[in-house]
Design a protein around this ligand. Sequence first.
Ligand SMILES: CC(C)(COP(=O)(O)OP(=O)(O)OC[C@H]1O[C@@H](n2cnc3c(N)ncnc32)[C@H](O)[C@@H]1OP(=O)(O)O)[C@@H](O)C(=O)NCCC(=O)NCCS
Length: 96
Amino acid sequence: MSEAPAVSISDNRPLHRYEARLDGALAGFCEYEPGDGVVTFTHTVVQPEFEGQGVGSALALRVLDDARSRGLKVVPACRFIAAYIARHPQYADLVA
Ligand SMILES: CC(C)(COP(=O)(O)OP(=O)(O)OC[C@H]1O[C@@H](n2cnc3c(N)ncnc32)[C@H](O)[C@@H]1OP(=O)(O)O)[C@@H](O)C(=O)NCCC(=O)NCCS
């Protein structure tokens, strides 16, 4: 497994997406739909030049930790987030 890059992640609320940046460049994002007590993750994209470096995993970890800290359940409509939860069962209790 490759080492996780120094990635900075922020929640761009107006656009309903978490954005991952490497040296300021947008490397990827995770889109969501906010709901009542629940957040649905719809799509995750990492730019091809940044794929396979752990950016997607860093996004998954952040969005799931944020959902937990906000007391939200999650709907992993995005296949990548669903696969991440399957590999990290400590997040299984978050699934609505
Ligand atoms: C899927 C995607 C977001 C992964 O981003 P990434 O930064 O390359 O992911 P990581 O480097 O953190 O890899 C995480 C793991 O996810 C796995 N993975 C890659 N693509 C996957 C997919 N489509 N579904 C589930 N798991 C996937 C990798 O095998 C890797 O496993 P490993 O750590 O055991 O090697 C990226 O490849 C992408 O944007 N693909 C095109 C869009 C897409 O298919 N999105 C997913 C559906 S919403």
